[in-house]
Design a binder for this molecule. Structure first.
Ligand SMILES: O=C(O)CCC(=O)C(=O)O
Ligand SMILES: [Fe+2]
Length: 465
């Protein structure tokens, strides 16, 4: 192995890189996953590996380093440093990442910032990477970047971190949520990870795991039925996701968070009542959940757009009939996500079904497909962000849902939904799939924009992964 960082060119080389890195592991490099193939797996690459990075001053790992190889001719070797959990508020970007590209085998020639970085953030992010020497061992590059980041990081007493110190249920913060998976979803995930061993086309020495291309193609419908996974409408999947225990302690945690007096921004530009999980200190737990649970599901249900989910915005929403205590309903909209996970946490309610219409770019965007009543707490739907949806009026009780918007850097860099063919809308529009008349002019405008324009105009890009 050479002295300088060379982009790994096959699975074995990647393993070698990881071994080398571990041999001189900096303190913030806690753990290295086995290399995996994150996307475009049918082309035989690229392989990659995620390394959680931890800062000693903080209780948990704060970043993620991704190494990817360059076996696919169109893919550049790259080192992706995910700064999502590290940067001070206001500094982190839409993608929350700095992307470093390596050209040639020995030189660290130049870096590129994510195109989703806002200009003022770009300036600050640039200062982190400025003047890094062209040729350095990977560990040296990392440590320089790390020092600069530490200087820029918000002090630990920052509110965003404050709730970490005294959560009610440490288990929600300190470990992965995997132990709370509904057994049926656990089975589905196990089945999805089985795959078949296929030779790696680039080096043909190592063998990789072929991930299911599409769940319905690769899996007997009988099995899905047995696991209670149902495609309730085209591209909308409903299934039992988490245990009643999870929902219970999550609601308790929310109550405790609200009682703490710490403030959270509103969940999104449409829901007014709820909390943003990152502001409770749950961003890492969400990131783990995304990687371990949502990503395999998205790859199976939504190949291509769901192949590489790496950003998230997670929040809870509350619906109650009484004005001032929750939202009463939600106008039709698309989400600022590639894939949305939406799970009922409780408690008990009547009304407030989810209305699903068509996909933004498709002729039936404004036609009603299905109204879905969550069978109970722990049940979830997984749908594309561009699936137009709404929530009916709540009649009684309270519905609190956990929503995770997953975003894909690669998808957006490649043009996002703009890559898709947009069909003219056809047929009569269903009023449930158009902005409601009784909304205030501002809300109506917002819903109109988000539903009709096919852009994310109605969604404020306030929140970033
Ligand atoms: O559970 C709901 O009512 C839907 C929430 C939703 O669509 C959203 O927050 O984007
Ligand atoms: Fe939504």
């Amino acid at each position: 192995a050479g002295k300088f960082y060379r982009p790994p060119s096959c699975y074995h080389c990647l393993q070698e890189e990881v071994r080398e890195l571990l041999a001189t592991a900096p303190a913030y490099l806690l753990h290295v996953d086995s290399p995996r193939r994150p996307w475009n797996s049918f082309r035989g690459g690229p392989w990659s590996s995620d390394e959680p990075i931890s800062c000693l001053q903080r209780p948990r790992s704060l970043g993620r380093l991704r190494l990817a190889d360059c076996t696919a001719p169109t893919v550049r070797p790259e080192l992706l440093i995910d700064l999502t959990f590290l940067l001070p508020r206001g500094l982190y970007s839409e993608a929350g990442k700095i992307r470093l590209h390596f050209f040639g085998s020995r030189s660290f020639a130049r870096w590129l910032l994510s195109p989703m970085v806002l200009p003022k953030q770009e300036e600050m992010l640039s200062s982190i990477l400025e003047g890094l020497p062209g040729q350095q061992a990977l560990s040296a590059v990392l440590s320089t970047i790390w020092d600069r980041l530490a200087d820029l990081s918000a002090p630990p007493e920052h509110q965003r971190l404050a709730y970490w110190q005294r959560p009610l249920h440490q288990v929600l913060f300190a470990s992965s949520w995997l132990s709370f998976l509904d057994p049926r979803l656990r089975l589905l995930l196990a089945r999805l990870s089985q795959g078949s061993e296929t030779p790696h086309p680039a080096c043909s020495r190592c063998r990789g795991r072929e991930v299911s291309k599409h769940v319905t193609a690769d899996m007997p419908r009988r099995l899905l039925r047995r696991l209670h996974v149902e495609e309730i409408s085209k591209n909308v999947y409903a299934f039992p996701a988490m245990t009643a225990d999870f929902c219970r302690i999550f609601l308790e945690e929310l109550t405790s968070f609200y009682a703490s007096g710490l403030k959270s921004a509103r969940p999104n530009s449409m829901n007014r009542y709820g909390a943003v999980l990152e502001e409770m200190g749950l961003a890492l737990a969400v990131a783990d959940f995304q990687r371990q649970v949502l990503l395999p599901l998205a790859r199976a249900f939504f190949p291509s757009i769901g192949d590489e989910l790496d950003g998230h915005h997670a929040f809870v929403v509350h619906y109650r009939p009484e004005a001032g205590r929750g939202d009463q309903d939600l106008p039709p909209h698309r989400d600022d996500s590639e894939v949305t996970f939406n799970m009922a946490l409780g408690r008990s309610w009547q009304g407030c079904r989810l209305i699903f219409c068509g996909l933004m770019q498709e002729p039936d965007a404004h036609q009603h497909q299905i109204s879905y009543d969550f069978p109970g707490a722990g049940w979830a739907v997984l749908h594309l962000g561009r699936q137009v949806h709404a929530a009916e009026n709540i009649l009684r009780g309270e519905r609190t849902n956990l929503v995770i918007w997953s975003r894909s850097w690669v998808w957006r860099v490649a043009g996002g939904d703009g890559q898709l063919t947009t069909w003219p809308h056809a047929g009569p529009s269903d009023p449930r799939c158009l902005p409601a008349r009784r909304r205030s002019p501002a809300q109506r405008r917002m819903a109109t924009n988000s539903v009709l324009s096919g852009t994310m105009a109605g969604i404020v890009h306030r929140k970033v992964i």
